[in-house]
Every structure is written in C-alpha cells, then in structure tokens.
Design a protein around this ligand. Structure first.
Ligand code: AN7
Length: 356
C-alpha cells in the first residue's frame, strides 16, 4: 500500500488562501484549525419536524473554539509585521486561542480577563500556554477599553476582533458550510457577544455568493443572552449578566456588523433566556452526543424559539454554529447534569441500580 497525503488539511490559511489577504509563507502560524464537521441533527424531530438542522461544531478547533480561525490569521499577520507580543481582552476563548497561537509563533501573549466569571477550562489554557494572565476587577468591556488604550502607545499587536484579520479568518467557517452542504442554508443561527463572528460569516457568505459558488444567501439569526443583550435593546449595558459567560458583553465591538448582517440578510438579532440556553445545552449533549459550552447553545435556543414562533418551515435547511466545546466549562456541565451514583464494590447492588 502506498502512503498518500490525501485528505490532510493544511489549516485554513493554506486551504482558503485565494480568499484571504496576502500573507507570506514563513509567517503562517497554524495549528491546523478549521475543517470542523457539520453534524446532522437526528433526534430533535419532535421540535423541528421536517426542518433539516445541522450543527457547525466549532468546538473541535485546536483550542476548542471558533476563535482559532481568526487567531491563526491575526497572529500570522502580527508575525509578518515583526511583532513580538500580542494582547487581547477576553471572556475566555479569545485568551486561550491567543495564548496558544502566540506560543506557536514564539511571541508573548498578554490577556486581560474579568476577575471571576471566566470558565475554568479557558483560564487553564491561557495559563498553560504561558500567557501573562491579568484578571481585571471589572468586566469584559472594561478590559477591552484598557487593551485599546495600551496598544495605542505600546508595540503590542491587538488581536481582538476589532483587528480586521480576525474577521478574515473567521469568515472561512461560512465557506466550509457551503462546501459541506453544496449550497447555503436557509437560516444560519449564531450566538452573539462582540458580534465579530456574525459579521465574519456574513462576509464569507457574500464572498462565495459573488464568486457564484452559491445561489442564495442565508438569513443571519444572531442570539444574545437576555441579561446581556445590548444590540436587541439598542443601547450598551453597564452590568451584563448571563450564565453564558462567553457572551457576557455589554458593548459589542462589531455592533454595526451585526446590524448590517441582520438588515441585509433579512434576519434577526434577538435574545434567549438563560433557561432556554441551558435547555438547548442539555438537549444537544443528551440527545445528539454533542457537547458545547452554554454560550454556544444560544444558537440552538434561538432556533427553537424561532420554530415555536412559526418562523422556520419544513424543508428549510438550518445551521446552528456551536462556537465552543463543552469541556471549556466543566462547572456548568457538573451543575446541569445528574450526579454520579456512589456504589460499593458489590455486583448485585450495581446490577440492581442498573435496573437488571
Ligand atoms: C463560545 O473570548 O468574546 O459575537 O473574548 O467564546 O464573535 O463575540 C468570546 C465570544 C460565542 C461570541 N460563543 O462571539 C472572547 C469572546 C463563544 C464565545 C461568542 C464567544 P462574538
């Protein structure tokens, strides 16, 4: 048998280079991110009937979230420009990704995270990858303001999604959805925090549309958490709250991008409650075998809400992006599932509990 390279994935910069800004080969910093599966939902027919529902499982990226798509490009660009350090504010996933890609590029990473309310998995990643982790006695919005101020005056590359190369990398997820399906979905649901991702997907779909690869554009359906829904309410929120800490953001950086995606696509920016988010989170894990973090489940919670409101129809193709892996947030997982049963080393007792 002959060994072949068939099917090996070069990371999204190499795979989608024709659709990205130019970058020199030697600067490319990749952990082979992208190429995540589009998983067909099979067991939610009681809710969705004959709607075709698919999950873009971004938790399977190298650091466990979609942030790797933007980070490979932002860090590669920083490296090309000769930067020695990167910095970001983060609710967790951006810091994990920035820390990993900075390590790979041989750069220093500084990450500013809220003190408390950052999921354990994410914090442990930033620490393990050797970032300087600064816990701010404030929220994400405070951290982002500080980072913007610092990068004005010091030679550190900002890698939050206000860095346009982040959006460029992230748009490739829309390319993959089109390539997997062979067409664009009718609806695309996403959780919305800083709104960089919905902005990026909309850009990606539009670029494939202009190329003639797809003949329709999806309606973009962005969902914020109820206690943290500035775009829905139409004003920044001073003190946002939600169990979905990844999207606990009161003043999104890409606010305009989200509104543009909504308006141009004929979609919505709406909100779901923490209860609805947790319900969707548990449904995915227990009935589809897909473990995502709570913020990610806001996309499915949004789809369930829209189905109930009669917006979705039989025959529609609906994609929900699951932005981050469930292992990111072990505390929420433990608090929202049945506890293990402690048993003695006694086969009769065990069989009895098993129901035999
Ligand atoms: C799992 O890590 O903002 O609307 O600092 O981690 O593009 O901001 C994370 C955001 C959705 C929202 N799902 O995406 C950060 C950060 C998960 C996330 C979002 C985030 P955007």
């Amino acid at each position: 048998m002959q060994l072949t390279r068939k099917g090996l994935w070069g990371g999204l910069i190499r795979e989608f280079r024709d659709f990205l800004p130019e970058i020199s080969d030697s600067a490319i910093t990749t952990l082979r991110e992208g190429n995540t599966p589009l998983v067909e939902v099979e067991n939610l027919k009681d809710i969705f009937g004959d709607i075709r529902l698919l999950l873009k499982y971004e938790g399977l990226n190298p650091t466990g979230s979609f942030k790797d798509r933007g980070m490979t490009f932002a860090v590669s660009k920083a490296r090309e420009e000769g930067a020695k350090a990167v910095i970001c504010a983060s609710t967790g996933n951006t810091s994990a990704s920035a820390a990993a890609y900075a390590a790979k590029a041989g750069m220093k990473a500084y990450v500013l995270v809220p003190d408390g309310g950052i999921a354990l998995g994410k914090l442990s990643q930033a620490m393990m990858h050797g970032a300087l982790v600064l816990q701010i006695k404030g929220n994400f919005d405070d951290a982002l303001n500080l980072v913007k101020e610092i990068t004005k005056n010091y030679p550190i590359k900002l890698v939050n999604s206000i860095n346009p190369f982040r959006i460029e990398g992230q748009k490739t997820a829309a390319f993959e959805v089109c390539e997997h399906l062979g067409f664009a979905p009718t609806y695309h649901f996403l959780p919305v925090g800083n709104a960089g991702n919905i902005t990026a997907y909309w850009k990606g779909y539009n670029e494939y549309y202009r190329e003639g690869f797809i003949s329709n554009l999806p309606k973009m359906m962005g969902f914020q958490a109820e206690g943290s829904a500035p775009i829905v309410l139409g004003h920044p929120i001073e003190d946002p709250h939600t169990i979905a800490t990844a999207i606990k953001i009161g003043n999104p950086a890409s606010w305009e991008g989200a509104l543009k995606a909504k308006k141009e696509s004929g979609g919505v920016i709406d909100m779901v409650s923490d209860e609805e988010i947790l319900e969707a989170y548990k449904l995915l894990a227990s009935r589809e075998g897909v473990f995502c973090e709570p913020a990610s489940a806001a996309s499915l919670a949004g789809a369930i809400k829209m189905k109930k409101e009669g917006v979705l129809n039989d025959g529609d193709t609906v994609v929900c992006t699951l932005t981050g892996h469930g292992l990111k947030d072990p505390d929420n997982a433990m608090n929202n599932s049945p506890k293990p049963t402690k048993v003695p080393v006694d086969i009769d007792k065990i069989l009895e509990i098993m129901g035999f």
